[in-house]
Design a protein around this ligand. Structure first.
Ligand code: GLN
Length: 484
């Protein structure tokens, strides 16, 4: 079935004119019709518009045009602007907002020929680890519908795992690409801070947010990264670093690469089955020629605390713009203050409110130095830990998550437990380095995917992709399909 193909498989069939973009798109739409009632990865999608884009791609293919994503259907997390499509961030506060323009990452996907369709479910404003904070219902894990798919990009991961799209986009502020990718058994890549422009991404925490792909294999992640990367005058944090052909790094040759195993990551709270899978993956990489070196990232233990100061501070500033005046929903009041309060009171869900209140508190005078400033200093120590480790190693290997997917409702009443599910992913964002999660096995009963995380040097995506690809090609995990 065409919806099950990877980008590279589908692109080859399209280029050979064996199949059409319309057929591939229709296969995804049929799959959505068949399974999304159960999975709820999509908030909405416009089938007619997807087919119009597919017909345009077929014309281009017939004319012999060659582009890396020509005719490939790709679905988008509901936090990225796609012209003339709804943009809600899975929140009620945006009302019936329709985006008037394309995010730069979307522009680049379109320029590469992709069919950009559908809005994928997420935690409201990307705050969460389970997609339970969506204002529009939870997404289910395709491997076990009683479980969460991870978050905040839960819809993006579930859609790929359920073969409802060939690939998807998500965003990662503290793990929101890698954690759901791990829990749904797909590949998720958070690039280096500054690698992909965030113009057109609704900001959660601007010093941490990055856009990245969810794909069925590592090669596709390399392709997507290459298409979306590059400096953008509309995002001053994007970096003018040359964009290599990332697929060229996938040569299987990892002999002599040094892989750091942080001793702080293989400790308490780590599920034994996850530990066993990661240990086996380390052995496998060693067998393939990598050299394993024990390293220490001593400030890791502060990462979650630092993150929940910095991320909430930034979110309290970024979300001030949702005031009932500029965008979306409005609840009227006698004066502007009452209008703001009523609109924000009705429009934001409980987790978003919790974060705005926390963030406002840590930035308030008298507390700024004690919390925010101190957190920024510890953030520098966390980054320095990584830079020091990278003097000795080429990449770092860790579990992506401490456990496999948990049950819907299991942690939703306990924010701290929920926050701890990102314990292995958060420091990567604080340090601004790239991180990738890929499947490395399954738990036994029930059978749930386990993710392996590879962290790279700043702009070291090629090494991360090379290692991930060599591992993937020597193991069977990525070939398994969710039993839907
Ligand atoms: N789960 C983390 C949070 O709730 C990370 C979210 C993200 O990466 N967007 O903030």
């Amino acid at each position: 079935m065409l919806n099950q193909l990877t980008i590279s498989q589908l692109a080859a069939k399209l280029a050979a004119r064996e199949v059409s973009a319309r057929e591939a798109t229709q296969a995804c739409l049929d799959r959505i019709a068949a399974v999304d009632g159960r999975v709820h990865a999509f908030l909405s999608h416009d089938a007619a518009d997807a087919l119009v884009q597919a017909d345009a791609a077929d014309k281009a293919l017939a004319a012999g045009e060659k582009k890396p994503l020509l005719g490939v259907p790709i679905a988008i997390k509901d936090v990225l602007a796609v012209k003339n499509q709804p943009l809600n961030c899975a929140s009620k506060i945006l009302g019936n907002f329709i985006s008037p323009y394309d995010a730069t990452a979307i522009e680049k996907l379109k320029a590469a020929g992709a069919i950009v369709f559908g809005r994928l479910n997420m935690d409201e404003f990307a705050m969460g680890s389970s997609t339970e904070n969506s204002a529009f219902g939870v997404t289910k894990n395709p491997w076990d519908l009683a479980r969460i798919p991870g978050g905040s990009s839960g819809g993006s991961a579930a859609a790929v795992a359920a073969d409802e799209a060939i690939a998807t986009l998500g965003t990662d502020t503290g793990g929101s690409i890698r954690q759901p990718a791990a829990l749904c058994g797909c590949v998720g890549l958070k690039p280096t801070y500054g690698r992909i422009s965030r113009y057109g991404l609704v900001a959660f925490a601007s010093s941490l947010d990055q856009i990245g792909p969810f794909t069925k294999d590592v090669r596709d992640a390399a392709t997507m990264l290459g298409v979306m990367s590059g400096v953008d005058p509309r995002d001053s944090t994007s970096v003018p670093q040359p964009v290599p052909d990332y697929t060229k790094a996938l040569d299987g040759n990892i002999k002599g690469l040094k892989l750091g195993l942080p001793k702080e990551y293989m400790v308490g709270g780590l599920d034994p089955e996850v530990k066993a899978a990661v240990d086996a993956a380390v052995k496998q990489l060693e067998k393939l020629g990598a050299e394993i070196v024990e390293i220490s990232l001593p400030h890791t233990e502060h990462a979650v605390a630092v993150y929940y100061i910095i991320a909430t501070a930034e979110c309290s500033a970024n979300l001030a713009r949702f005031d009932g005046i500029r965008y979306g929903a409005r609840v009227d009041g006698a004066d502007p203050i009452e209008l703001y309060a009523r609109t924000r009171g009705a429009g934001f869900g409980p987790e978003v409110k919790r974060r705005i209140i926390l963030g406002t508190y840590v930035l308030s005078s008298g507390y700024y130095d004690a919390y925010y400033l101190r957190a920024q200093k510890v953030r520098t120590l966390i980054r320095n830990d990584f830079l020091k480790a990278y003097e000795k190693v080429d990449a770092i290997i860790t579990p992506t998550t401490p456990t496999a997917a948990f049950k819907i409702g299991e942690k939703s009443d306990d924010p701290l437990q929920m926050y701890l599910s990102d314990i292995f992913t958060i420091s990567c964002n604080l340090a601004g380095i790239p991180g990738l999660s890929l499947p490395c096995g399954f738990t036994k009963n029930p059978k749930l995917p386990i993710g392996l995380q590879l962290l790279g040097k700043p702009f070291g995506e090629e090494t991360v992709l090379k290692l991930a690809h060599a591992y993937e090609q020597s193991t069977p995990w990525h070939k398994e399909k969710a039993p839907l």
